[in-house]
Write a protein that binds this ligand. Sequence first.
Ligand code: 13P
Length: 244
Amino acid sequence: MLIVGNTKAYLSSLKDAELLAKNWRALAKKTKHTLVLALPTPLLSLADNPPLRAAAQDVSPLTSGAHTGEVLAQVLREDGATYVIIGHSERRDKETHEDIREKITRVLEERLTPVLCVGEKERDEEGEYTAHLREQIISALKGRTIKETASMVIAYEPVWAVGGPHALTPALLHETVIFIRKVVQDIVPEAARKIKILYGGSVDEENVHALATEGEVQGFLLGRVSVRGDDMKMLVTKLNEVPR
Ligand code: 13P
């Protein structure tokens, strides 16, 4: 499985980031799963220490030029990133579908792996949220090659579950993963079986085992638990009981 820790802006010092990267690396050495840590951009190279891998939390949609404050995919790659989180719900309100598409393109151009976040704001009874999910996926993937699409990761993060008290149930996760794969199948059929789908939103050491075994996902995008040492250790122990 692919386990990505999104440390958001939880870390406020270099010392804390160094310690966290050290702990994650120790966990990565003791598991068959792939562990990836997304530190703040200026510190991301701390996580580029195999078997631990580094992710960036965002990327510029632009190419080089007069764009103050933008960080290019090329810079992230040279700094050690292997993965780049794109379209996280905590950023999506400021981004258009076109921005997200461009970000994915920039990341693929640098041969990095995009972790595209998708997810509904609410789960209505009528199932309208599926149209929203479909639109997010189609706008990001349309026109991509089989190889590009197959190399990508989709992180399904229902917005209401991010930072909330409850994760999605394993049964509903299973159902949604089937739906997401079906949408990918509709646009790039040959990549549908290969694309990795992760779940994120209130995952912790208590619920991870059921989500992993019943949810049909290939990994997780973790938030709060990623910076809690003992809980993170327990979470990896639980995942070690789950086959690859
Ligand atoms: P929480 O695990 O804190 O709900 O956050 C999930 C998330 O947003 C990961 O990107």
